[in-house]
Write a protein that binds this ligand. Structure first.
Ligand SMILES: Nc1ncnc2c1ncn2[C@@H]1O[C@H](COP(=O)(O)OP(=O)(O)OP(=O)(O)O)[C@@H](O)[C@H]1O
Ligand SMILES: [Mg+2]
Length: 1003
């Protein structure tokens, strides 16, 4: 609740209790819708979890999520099935009270998925040991097996549970799961022989046919084609896109061995499954009224082998019935219809009993190996949801009756007990009006007068009882009941929507019409004696366990299906009542099994029949926590000097003194006759936290201590308390660190903020100690993910600063040097092999000074000043003879000199290009135009300082601003541009036109 208040998730409220308008159904549904749109499928009503099936995989069931919910207060984190799981687990551990989680909702709402999530949570988060690992595995693996044999594709759910399941998980005193036990309810056996259009038989049949190895299928006499089997073609739906029968088969086979099925047992089990398919393909011949005979002998051959029975005995039993009348056995032939139903009855009985055997076998494997002393239990109930079809039969009647009972339990345990308690405690209470469905439960189950009793009576009475006489009897006996009507009894309007063979029950969830056709047969569940006898004789060990000989000897009439169900439901209610319940209410968002679709009409209906509005109303009026004064005082008395070590006065006064000392505000609690009621969980949490701190200081001392010891203990207590606080703080810091580390890649959230801040701080400190010292030092500490961007900005800023400082310190010569180096780098970097070696060597102003050059040469240069000179070797154009020369660079031209002779002058304007190799040599070629008569052609030179020399050439060429133009008759004129202080255009001595232009913008 706290996290809801701090608006950690802003989409809707995460506890309906916080809804502004808590009585408005529209507001309730709007809240659900808002959250659903944001994939927030869970919402609380106090401690009840409402879950909307997302019909898509949400990333909310990872191990990280489990860890997040572990050991955390229910209200501190956003709602989740894991929070409910954890809450039950911790209540079991701390209060030593058995728990149960009741998962309800209609078909396809997500009950089974929820129960699996709970089981996975315990398997992952509970303490473990070697033996426990096996139990965990077996608990988890029991699901695929039970689903293969007990689930099927229906119109509403591709993996619909066609049986009810209650599973106990047993925990030892350390809280480790050590065993389990499953109770199964009312498998929908009729599905074995018939499926409605668009539905399938139980998954196992298709898994076996699709996934079974060739060898296995051959042994079982099966073909890899479900269309071949009468029991699989009724629904006309052999394949389902969301189901992969072949891979599921592998999962089931593995699960069977994990649970501890031997190879022989698996073989026998599959023999039975195959037999059911063969039974379905048995066909009869004969007239309608005459005796039936079997026309398909191959099936009998396979059946005899697979079931381990005599073929002819089986054949006989499938065409005759044997009954005992007045102690005498009577055998009579069956007609076509009777024989078919005998065959189907056998298939259903065989499959149904094998399913129960399977559950028992799993129970043996899950059984707690050591005496279950001190074991605590969490029960999970995943039972068929409320069902309403176009045609509803006996099965729906039982299922809806079961839901009616569960609703009653819910009412009893939460709504009613809440109100009763406030009343008993004398606490002011605004009564909440709710519909108590006990009246409907009574209508179904009451002795003598209830529907089940009437049905049984019709089943068991001699004479011509039929489904229709049952309907008539209903009309005569309970016809006046406010929650029942029939076609005959109802008004004209309702009659239009009811069949003549239907009765209508007004369930808490809505009206359902039941067609009585088949009620008697289904309730009787008759299997002829001779078929039972054949099964008892079977060589198949599973079957002989399923069909006990003792049953044959028992002359009493077997209990009817409805009565059996009623009895087992009553037992289940007893089990549930003895435990502390939590509720998960599942809601189906649409009928199309589609993600993202929120069908308001459908949802409103579910909100209504799950009684969620009533539940919310009660919660809003109620208190989160209540305890007897004695228990409360006993637990918290150490928190107040007046109540510690013992309180001598009245309990109520003690509690009052205690809570006042704790600073409870009047609106936070109420004192009843024998209990204190605390309205908000947070008040209690604060008290619990204070107790935790206090406990450390108290240790485990006896209560009868002398006053001196008390004083001493107090002092020790305070010291220990400080120590404990420090230790706890340290532990908290470490915990925060670990959690922060786990969530370090997430967005900033309460789990990781401490950690992220620390990482940032330590990075900045490290950076401060390790900043680069020079512009060339490119090292930089690696930043944490959260600081990558900031670190990059800091690095750039810091570099800019350093560069700026560096530039400021630089002198003109060094600047000139660097400019040249820049030019060199642009020309040669990654292009010439000896460039890297040239980088550390400084470029010099000139390699030959005035004295080393012949004065005549300098003279003939005239006004052109020599800017750079270097000794080079020239290679003759013909013969490549090497000759020592000097290369002089002026601002306008490159001049090749041999001692006093000026051998060749190449104007930069005329220079067509320079070629060098990419290797480490010093050879270069100056290209000149061939048509120029004054030039002798390209020059091949070699310099020991080639990078420096050519960089200089490049710089001078770039600085020279020369334009050549044609003067007519093939002659060329040249204009030299230079910058100067003022504009001047005049003929120069070298015969060029010289232009001096003032610089306007400083560069
Ligand atoms: N939490 C969930 N996340 C994703 N998908 C889910 C979730 N819950 C249910 N589903 C989807 O809905 C389907 C039906 O759910 P489930 O089998 O649990 O329904 P159910 O209430 O047990 O129905 P039935 O009463 O028919 O057995 C699942 O097969 C799955 O595809
Ligand atoms: Mg289910």
């Amino acid at each position: 609740m706290e996290s809801a208040l701090t608006a950690r998730d802003r989409v809707g409220v995460q506890d309906f209790v916080l809804l502004e308008n808590h009585t408005s159904e529209a507001a309730f549904i709007e809240n659900l819708r808002k959250r659903f749109k944001e994939n927030l499928i869970y919402t609380y009503i106090g401690s009840v979890l409402v879950s909307v099936n997302p019909y898509k995989d949400l990333e909310i069931y990872t191990k990280n999520h489990m860890e997040r919910y572990r050991g955390i207060n229910f209200y501190e984190v956003s709602p989740h099935i894991y929070a409910v799981s954890d809450n039950s687990y911790r209540s079991m551990r701390t209060e030593r009270k058995d728990q149960c989680i009741l998962i309800s909702g209609e078909s396809g709402a997500g009950k089974t998925e929820a129960s699996k999530k709970i089981l996975q949570y315990y398997a992952v988060t509970c303490p473990a040991s070697d033996q426990v690992e096996t139990v965990k595995d077996r608990l988890l693996q029991s699901n695929p097996v039970l689903e293969a044999f007990g689930n099927a594709k229906t119109l509403r759910n591709d993996n619909s549970s066609r049986f009810g399941k209650y599973m106990d998980i047993q925990f030892d005193f350390k809280g480790a799961p050590v065993g389990g036990h499953i109770l199964n309810y009312l498998l929908e056996k009729s599905r074995v022989v018939h499926q409605n259009h668009g539905e399938r038989n139980f998954h196992i049949f298709y898994q076996l046919i699709e996934g079974g190895e060739e060898d296995l299928l051959r042994r079982l006499g099966l073909e890899r084609n479900p269309q071949q089997y009468q029991y699989l073609v009724k629904g006309n739906c052999p394949k389902v896109s969301s189901i992969n029968d072949r891979s599921d088969w592998k999962v089931v086979r593995k699960a069977l061995s994990v649970i501890g099925f031997s190879e022989d047992e698996v073989e026998e089990l599959l023999n039975i499954i195959a037999s059911v398919l063969h039974l379905g393909n048995i066909q009869y011949g004969g007239e309608d009224s005459g005796n039936a005979y079997i026309t398909t002998d191959t099936q009998i051959k396979y059946l005899a082998r697979l079931l381990g029975v005599d073929g002819s005995v089986l054949k006989e039993a499938l065409t005759h019935k044997k009954i005992i009348a007045k102690g005498e056995e009577l055998k009579s032939p069956l007609n076509l219809e009777q024989a078919s139903s005998a065959r189907d009855a056998l298939s259903k009985a065989v499959y149904g009993r094998t399913f129960t055997w399977l559950v028992n076998k799993i129970n043996v494997s899950l059984a707690y190996k050591v005496t279950p002393h001190n074991a605590s239990v969490i029960g999970l109930l995943d039972i068929y949801g409320f069902e309403v079809f176009q045609h509803n039969s006996f099965e729906q009647f039982c299922i809806n009756y079961c839901n009616e009972k569960l609703q009653q339990l819910f009412i009893e345990l939460t709504l009613k007990s809440e109100q009763d308690e406030y009343e008993a405690e004398g606490i002011t209470w605004e009564p909440v009006q709710y519909f108590n469905n006990k009246i409907i439960c009574d209508l179904v189950e009451e002795k003598f007068k209830g529907i089940i009793s009437i049905l049984d009576e019709e089943c068991l009475r001699p004479g011509d009882a039929s489904d229709i006489t049952f309907l008539e009897k209903l009309e005569n006996t309970v016809g006046g009941h406010a929650h029942l009507t029939t076609h005959k009894l109802t008004d004209g309007k309702t009659r239009k929507v009811m069949g003549r063979e239907e009765f209508r029950l007004l369930h808490y969830a809505g009206e359902v019409n039941y067609n009585v056709n088949g009620f008697l047969d289904k309730n009787n569940d008759l299997l002829f004696r001779n078929l039972k006898e054949v099964m008892c004789m079977s060589d198949n060990k599973i079957l002989t366990q399923c069909f006990d000989r003792a049953e044959l000897k028992d002359s009493r009439r077997p209990e009817t299906a409805a009565t059996q169900f009623k009895t087992s439901l009553a037992k289940l209610m007893e089990i549930l009542m003895s435990k502390e319940p939590s509720y998960v209410r599942c809601i189906k968002p649409n009928d199309a099994k589609q993600a993202g679709r929120f069908d308001e009409v459908l949802i409103r209906h579910q909100v209504k029949y799950l009684g969620l509005m009533e539940n919310l109303r009660v919660r809003r009026a109620g208190f989160a926590y209540r305890r007897h004064y004695e228990t409360f005082l006993q637990r918290y008395k150490s928190l107040c000097p007046e109540t510690w070590p013992s309180w001598q006065g009245k309990l109520a006064d003690g509690v009052s003194t205690l809570v006042k000392h704790l600073g409870y505000k009047p609106e936070e609690y109420k004192l009843g006759r024998s209990k204190i009621f605390i309205r908000f969980p947070k008040t209690l949490f604060a008290t619990e936290d204070a107790l935790e701190t206090r406990k450390h200081s108290l240790g485990e001392r006896e209560s009868h201590v002398s006053h001196a010891v008390v004083v001493q203990a107090w002092w020790k207590g305070i010291l220990a308390c400080r120590r404990a606080r420090r230790r706890r703080e340290a532990a908290n810091t470490i915990r925060r660190f670990i959690k922060g580390f786990i969530y370090r890649h997430n967005e900033r959230c309460p789990e990781n903020e401490y950690f992220l801040d620390y990482v940032r701080y330590s990075f900045l400190m490290k950076l401060r100690r390790n900043l680069p010292k020079t512009v060339l030092d490119k090292s930089w500490p690696t930043p944490p993910t959260a600081l990558i961007e900031a670190s990059e900005r800091l690095r750039k800023l810091y570099m800019q600063n350093m560069v700026w400082g560096y530039c400021k310190r630089i002198n003109p010569e060094w600047k000139h040097q660097l400019e040249q180096k820049m030019v060199a780098s642009e020309i040669f970097k990654n292009k010439k092999d000896n460039y890297p070696q040239s980088v550390p060597k400084l470029f010099v102003g000139t390699r030959l000074n005035g004295e080393e050059i012949n004065p005549k040469v300098l003279q003939s240069l005239g006004s052109e000043k020599m800017k750079y000179a270097v000794p080079v070797t020239k290679y003759d154009r013909k013969g490549y003879k090497a000759r020592p020369r000097q290369l002089l660079l002026t601002s306008n031209s490159a001049v090749i000199v041999e001692e006093a002779k000026l051998k060749q002058r190449i104007d930069y304007a005329a220079l067509k290009g320079i070629s060098v190799s990419s290797l480490s040599d010093g050879v270069f070629v100056l290209h000149v135009p061939t048509e120029d008569k004054k030039q002798k052609g390209d020059v091949v030179l070699q310099s020991d300082h080639i990078i420096e020399t050519l960089t200089k050439v490049a710089i001078f060429v770039a600085l020279t601003q020369i334009i050549t133009f044609t003067m007519g008759q093939g002659r060329e004129g040249i204009i030299d541009f230079t910058s100067g202080s003022e504009l001047l255009v005049a003929k120069a001595k070298n015969g060029h036109l010289s232009v001096t232009a003032p610089r306007l913008n400083s560069r």
